[in-house]
Design a protein around this ligand. Sequence first.
Ligand code: PEP
Ligand code: MN
Length: 273
Amino acid sequence: MLLESSFIPLYERNKKNKPFIEIKKEKIGEKKPFIIAGPCSIESYEQLYFAAKVVKNRGAQALRGGAFKPRTSPYAFQGLKEEGLKILHQIGKEFDLITVSEVLDSKDIDLVARYTDVLQVGSRNMHNSSLLKELGALRHPILLKRGFAATYQEFLYAAEYILNKGNEKVILCERGIRTFETYTRNTLDLNIVAAIKELSHLPIIVDPSHGTGKRSLVLPMARAAIAAGAHGLLIEMQPDPEKSISDKDQTISPEEFEQMMDQIHRVHQAIVS
Ligand code: PEP
Ligand code: MN
């Protein structure tokens, strides 16, 4: 048995290297920011189709949509489950977009892996080490969201559970933490972007949608995340945000998404040149 003090964790063994994860033909951490966008929940074929069209036309690489939803209330919409995953798979193929969806429970791993390219572990499951271990046996990339009360060390150890089972494709995602502030849903901790670059080779993307909980704050925080050096963004966007079944207050419109893509492109140009 390895004593913790006697070895270097996998998350920091290659920290001198640039992060590099290949998904289909996209290389995360290399050049362009990796943008994942789409509705919080997959609600219907039409809703996801129109979101995908916007994602593709604006040059983003990945389409998201929850089919298994971790809701605070057990009475809230829990997702379309397999039916939702089928919709995501079909539309992802049609638009040639990478697909991302959350896996809530170990028993659903095979199902979610059958239909999606990237499996998301939500904030509430970051501490679920048995789920993380099982995801370590997959070859699919894992989008690991930070627990809303997790330290950087806890977050990196959660990644380590996946890495040390042999899956090297872990993408970290800052999605805000719980603080004393109540105006915003969470407090987006952008320190983490620079800190992770000192601590690990893993790519880190930022989710200003859950990180703020407010539509009006998504654009400025998306710009700030890219300026801080984030390797990408996760954005909740759909054709008619006010009609979203979940997370409507933080879901942006296609027009706002278009503005965001233009602005972050310019911020990115400014920091790489
Ligand atoms: C989501 O991405 O829709 C989600 C539920 O995120 P989180 O786990 O960060 O709350
Ligand atoms: Mn959401």
